[in-house]
Ligand binder design. Structure first.
Ligand SMILES: [Zn+2]
Length: 255
């Protein structure tokens, strides 16, 4: 069980017990209504303080329930993206300069810049939606610029549209990395010195995400072809750039 679920369960049980005790005492007239209200208010404020750090995950759960998003089943097949045939757009000549220009050099140097960008809505939180799933991120966070988020949703919608009425219609592509501060990027460079590109990463501008695999309930080939078709179509529309990397496809939103 995750920490959030355990804390929520604890609060749910605690809250129910407190409400029951207050209710009984109210009936027995051993407590005034004002006092009962005060107790509930204190409990409510305390809950808010405890759950505040989990707000983005709670928002994610709410979003999933509201949109009836079905998360990929564990029995689904993993089609990895290693063999996806996608033409490479030059990283130093296209990905990086266009990311810098597109974000007006919105480089996310550290945690403080990230927080500042979130407050100013230069970055927004990204949650799972139909067609894509974000795996547990270790060296990056679920944030993108508002337009990059829109393009990701567009890509997922397009991907799903190519799978309509097939066994693959509930397939998801999986995102393995999203926005990284310079500190997180350095961490990755230390871990994988051979695979990291030198210089600033487009992940540190909030316009890139990596697709590592497709979670499929149908045929792997069909899922991969749909993904390639969606990626190519959006590249042709000059909205994204692509770069096949070690075990993933790196996508940079440029328009
Ligand atoms: Zn990448």
């Amino acid at each position: 069980m995750s920490t959030l679920k355990a804390v929520f369960l604890l609060f749910f049980l605690g809250g129910s017990l407190i409400s029951l005790v207050i209710f009984i005492r109210l009936i027995q007239k051993k407590m005034s209504l004002k006092r009962a209200f005060l107790f509930m208010l204190v409990f409510g404020c305390f809950s808010l303080i405890v759950f505040y750090p989990y707000r983005s995950r709670i928002r994610g759960y709410y979003h999933r329930i509201q949109n009836k998003i079905e998360l990929p089943k564990h029995t689904a097949m993993n089609c990895n993206c290693e063999s996806l045939e996608v033409t490479k757009d030059s990283y130093p000549n296209q990905h990086r300069p266009l990311a810098i220009r597109f974000t007006k050099n919105g480089f996310i140097k550290d945690e403080a810049t990230l927080t500042n960008f979130l407050l100013r809505k230069r970055l927004v939180v990204v949650d799972e939606a139909d067609g894509y799933y974000i795996q547990n991120l270790t060296s990056s966070t679920k944030h993108l610029t508002p337009i990059a988020k829109k393009r990701l949703e567009e890509l997922a919608f397009l991907f799903r549209s190519f799978l309509k009425d097939s066994k693959n219609e509930k397939d998801y592509f999986v995102i393995s990395s999203m926005t990284r501060t310079e500190t997180q990027q350095d961490e990755i460079r230390r871990k994988y010195p051979n695979s990291a590109t030198p210089g600033k990463s487009t992940h540190s501008f909030g316009v890139s995400f990596d697709i590592s695999r497709v979670n499929s309930t149908g045929a792997c080939d069909v899922a991969k072809q749909a993904l390639i078709k969606a990626l190519n179509q959006m590249r042709d529309e000059k909205k994204i750039l692509l770069c096949p990397e070690f075990k993933c496809i790196h996508v940079t939103v440029v328009n």
